[in-house]
Design a binder for this molecule. Structure first.
Ligand SMILES: [Zn+2]
Length: 289
């Protein structure tokens, strides 16, 4: 008779590394299910000349034609609601895709207009914001409450401009595993932050193209990363945030992997899988109390 030796994941005498966050009962941790819909703007924002490189552009077109519908179908099957941070350009170029996201009851967040990098001193910062708001309002009739920065970069000027435009929460920083409130440079209240979990950026593991050459990692490799991240996040009572792209996770092999991961996540009844607005509203209630 053999005896298997099981190594505990964490020594019993070690306290969790971060204090638990007061999630709504019965939940003890959360997964912010977030998708970035860049469409072709993912490419033209790197180089406007890509607009004439038809195969490079076709990665973005895949998003409207196949990727987003497949993600919507998967979320419908699993009964999950997500936040889709959508560029104004994608809403204008692919209105039927944007309307389908809304029709399925998902949240639409702001993700710039042309997906331009919000770098220090850039002149387009406010124009990008206003054009994004305008496109989403005109095509979908809504005013987004959440914002995720293109290329995940931020400046103090951008924070101030977002607060002036009524943005309630942002989701771009990588400095915590729980929601928190930003302070602006003048000490006044900034947006609520729902920090990003870098390992949940599917582009890092699953998209390789001429102008974005990367190794592609197999299902077992990525599932191992994503499950470990989620298991430890649950132990910490913390928040994990995804950065999924329909032009990556909407591909057959990646969708299979995402289905397996989200099924695993959904099976944990103590994990709150929620939209950004739901998590931000809970933060507001808790902050007021
Ligand atoms: Zn993006």
């Amino acid at each position: 008779m053999t005896e298997t030796h099981r190594v505990p994941l964490r020594p019993a005498n070690l306290a969790p590394p971060a204090p638990a966050y007061p999630w709504p009962e019965p939940f003890t941790s959360a997964l912010f299910l977030a998708v970035d819909v860049d469409a072709e703007a993912a490419w033209t924002s790197k180089d406007p000349a890509h607009a004439e490189r038809l195969v490079t552009m076709s990665y973005g077109g895949f998003e409207a034609r196949v990727g987003t519908p497949k993600l919507l179908e998967l979320f419908r099957q699993l009964g999950l609601k997500a936040t889709f941070f959508t560029t104004g350009w994608a809403v204008d170029a692919h209105p039927a895709m944007a309307e389908a996201i809304l029709r399925d009851g998902h949240e639409i967040g702001h993700h710039g207009y042309h997906h331009l990098l919000p770098d220090p001193g850039v002149a387009h910062l406010e124009e990008e914001l206003d054009r994004g708001f305008e496109a989403i309002k005109r095509r979908l009739g809504i005013v987004p409450r959440g914002y995720r920065a293109p290329y995940g970069e931020f400046t103090a000027a951008l924070q101030t401009a977002l607060v002036a435009r009524g943005i309630v929460y942002t989701s771009s920083f990588r400095d915590d595993v729980r929601p928190y409130r930003h302070l602006l440079s003048d000490g006044s209240r900034g947006p609520i932050e729902l920090p990003v979990t870098p390992s949940y950026d599917d582009w890092m593991h699953g998209l390789s193209a001429r102008f974005s050459p990367r190794p592609i990692f197999p299902r077992e490799h990525v599932l191992s990363l994503w499950r470990d991240e989620l298991d430890e996040t649950r132990d910490w009572g913390a928040l994990a945030t995804t950065v999924l792209h329909p032009q990556c996770s909407g591909r057959p092999m990646r969708l299979r992997l995402l289905r397996e991961f989200l099924t695993y996540a959904r099976d944990h009844k103590d994990l709150w899988i929620a939209t950004g607005s739901e998590i931000a509203d809970h933060f507001l209630r808790h902050e007021t109390a």
